[in-house]
Design a protein around this ligand. Structure first.
Ligand code: WT7
Length: 649
């Protein structure tokens, strides 16, 4: 996050206390209770987590709570359970067979609900269908679906039979899907005949067909009928979901899974050109999300919870599927765009389903705030009791709007900090206990020891910015990078010997954490992680481009957006048309969310004498920051002035 954007966060210094009634009924009721339990949890994390793990149902209890296997952490070794069983059968057995698990709101508004009992049957049917198609324990199933019930059903079916799911966000392009399948070596792909977004159809099956031309590992494709659009169905390879499950049995024995067997892979952007497959395993991941969801969202039996994330991201995995279901919660999942057909869609969904807990991203809050108060003001929103945000730092203007206009000043806001790699929330308020400071993610969750380090590894002083690290392992952490253990060690542990988050942050006088942004070449665009290297390699794959560098710049709604500097190959003319073409090229190769907002053609890029591009200088130019440091070491110092003159406003 650009520095000048953060300063605006720091101007708000009011403190917001939890409403008395909220605290009285909360799982964690005050800071004293938090403090005592926190102390206990970090003094002996293994005892803490072992005690909590008894709340899950095990086929066999573990032998060892935690083991460090040469830098690879193992939780609950010797223990066996099934994640799907814990999310469905266990809840049904507790008497909640007829409780609603999912309320699915499609763009059309014609809702469909699934009770825990119904969901279990659907999951079993699909699990049996997968088995018939030859999917076995340890196989990888790629899932490329829109926000429809078949998405969580497919994930849970995999978990039930011990297959590893790898969900690819339905907004990604065929190229991004292809790269992920090639890396995961999936045998089966689940997709649909399209998805609805803003009333329009996005051609998922067509993208999938293009992708798997270059994916020999895929043997079968299951296609969900969602839009009715005509698609190619290739004989002996492609099967309709509804035809497959028609004859299937409604029960399917869950596989007994060792705690450390793989549950899923989820790809995320890092500093290299290729996305990394983050691997999560069974028991630790489930336990961590069970508990963080219960206490951070303060879930009660009659709550209706709505998370606006897409299940294609970690937020959806952990806090639409596994965390909520393990708690027997009722979850609203919405198919489409926040502004379809109008800018009040979220607010209307809240009223329609009497949502009590609402979890979204700062970028959505800013975009909807910009549409004006008249949209939420037309709705009651009186069912709400708790709000949450995730994905990027929230600026106080947006926080205060959320608090006032949506929460009517009565709902605590949990600003939850975490990552794909952390599996679940690590730093966040507990809504009945923690006094809130807008823009701060407040304090670490139980068992989490977070710290800020300087470049030399020493501890930063109070209010001094530095590298955010997590000092001890926690059950929800990534176990490795798929097929790439060296990258796991190097990216996350080499620098300081403890888990490196890639974020910069500071801790204030009250021990509150303020996350400032990334320290690496990851750009957070509307809360999504985009690797600058991925966008750059997409740009240089265009025939007219010789060289490219992309950096973030502050954006009113997206938080950060992408600014691309592009050097053309000789003989190519700068033109509007070419700019548009390059933007479309990135959308096609990486995905529409990675589209640069600004493209500046340049004669050259600022480089060191050894030829390294000085992104720091480009970032300062893009941000409009005059302080771009020393330019004397550049091999071409004159270029800075030229770039400044031609800057895109
Ligand atoms: C990165 C992780 C975690 C689910 C969604 C994103 C940024 C996340 C916050 C927050 C400030 C935040 C960090 C982090 N981030 N939550 N509450 N305040 N920054 O998952 O795509 O893996 O991105 O998102 O930069 O490293 P992700």
């Amino acid at each position: 996050m650009p520095a000048n954007y953060i300063t605006s966060i720091l101007k708000e210094n009011r403190i917001f206390y939890p409403p008395k009634k909220f605290s009285e009924n909360a799982h964690i009721k005050n800071m004293q209770q938090y403090g005592e339990l926190y102390k206990k949890s970090v003094e002996n994390p293994e005892a803490f987590w072992a005690e909590m793990a008894l709340q899950l149902e095990w086929y066999k209890k573990w032998d060892t709570v935690l083991r460090n296997d040469m830098g690879f952490f193992k939780w609950f070794e010797g223990g066996y359970l099934n994640v799907c069983y814990n999310c469905l059968d266990r809840i049904v057995k507790s008497g909640k067979k007829n409780k609603t698990a999912f309320i699915w709101e499609p763009e059309s508004g014609k809702c469909k609900t699934y009770t825990y009992g119904q969901l279990l049957k659907e999951v079993c049917k699909f699990a049996n269908a997968l088995k018939k198609l030859g999917v076995k324990k340890g196989h990888v199933v790629e899932i490329y679906l829109p926000m429809i019930p078949e998405l969580p059903i497919a994930m849970l079916a995999c978990a039930r039979i011990g297959a590893i799911h790898s969900v690819v966000f339905g907004g990604f392009s065929s190229g991004a899907l292809r790269d992920r399948i090639q890396d995961s070596k999936a045998e089966l792909l689940v997709t649909s005949d399209g998805s609805f977004r803003n009333g329009k159809i996005y051609p998922l099956k067509e993208n999938a067909d293009n992708a798997i031309k270059e994916c020999p590992s895929i043997k079968n494709v299951v296609v969900v009928k969602r839009t009715g659009k005509k698609v190619d169905i290739r004989k002996n390879r492609d099967y309709w979901w509804h035809e497959l499950i028609k004859e299937e049995n409604e029960s399917c024995e869950p596989e007994s899974m060792h705690s450390e067997e793989s549950l899923f892979i989820l790809y995320t952007s890092g500093t290299t050109g290729k996305p990394k497959g983050i691997l999560h395993t069974q028991a630790g991941y489930l336990l961590f999300n069970y508990l963080t969801f219960k206490w951070i969202f303060d879930i009660k039996d009659n709550d209706i919870y709505f998370c606006t994330a897409d299940i294609g991201w970690i937020t959806g995995h952990s806090y639409i599927v596994y965390g909520p279901l393990a708690n027997g919660a009722t979850v609203v999942m919405y198919e489409g765009s926040p502004t379809f057909p109008k800018a009040d869609r979220f607010w209307r969904i809240i009223d329609k389903h009497n949502v009590n807990i609402f979890y979204t991203a700062p970028t959505a809050i800013r975009a909807l705030a910009k549409e004006g108060d008249k949209w939420p003001n037309k709705c009651s929103l009186s069912s709400l009791r708790l709000l949450g945000t995730v994905g990027e730092p929230i600026n106080p203007e947006a926080w205060l709007w959320y608090h006032k206009v949506i929460g009517k000043e009565k709902c605590p806001i949990v600003d939850t900090w975490w990552q794909t790699e952390t599996g679940g929330i690590l730093i966040s308020p507990l809504p009945g206990a923690t006094p809130l400071k807008p823009g701060s993610t407040t304090k670490p969750f139980f068992g989490i020891e977070a710290e800020i380090l300087r470049e030399d590894g020493s501890k930063a002083a109070v209010n001094e910015g530095g590298y955010l690290v997590i000092k001890k392992p926690w059950p929800g952490m990534l176990r490795t990078v798929w097929m790439n253990p060296d990258v796991y060690k190097e990216k996350y542990f080499e620098k300081f010997g403890v888990y490196l988050t890639g974020d910069s942050a500071k801790i204030d006088d009250d021990g509150y954490f303020w996350v400032m942004g990334r320290t690496d070449d990851v750009i957070k665009v509307a809360g999504h992680r985009i690797g600058s290297a991925e966008v750059e390699s997409a740009l240089v794959s265009h025939k007219a481009v010789a060289e490219a560098a992309v950096v973030p710049f502050p954006h009113e709604i997206k938080g950060s957006a992408i600014y691309a500097f592009v050097v053309l190959k000789k003989g190519n003319k700068k033109s509007w048309k070419l700019k548009e073409e390059l933007i479309a090229h990135v959308a096609e190769h990486v995905g529409p969310i990675a589209r640069p907002d600004k493209v500046q053609f340049a004669e050259d890029l600022p480089k060191t004498r050894s030829g390294k591009i000085m992104r720091r200088i480009l970032k300062a130019i893009a941000e409009g920051n005059k302080d771009y440091g020393n330019t004397a070491t550049l091999s071409n110092p004159g270029i800075v002035e030229t770039l400044l003159k031609e800057k895109i406003e």
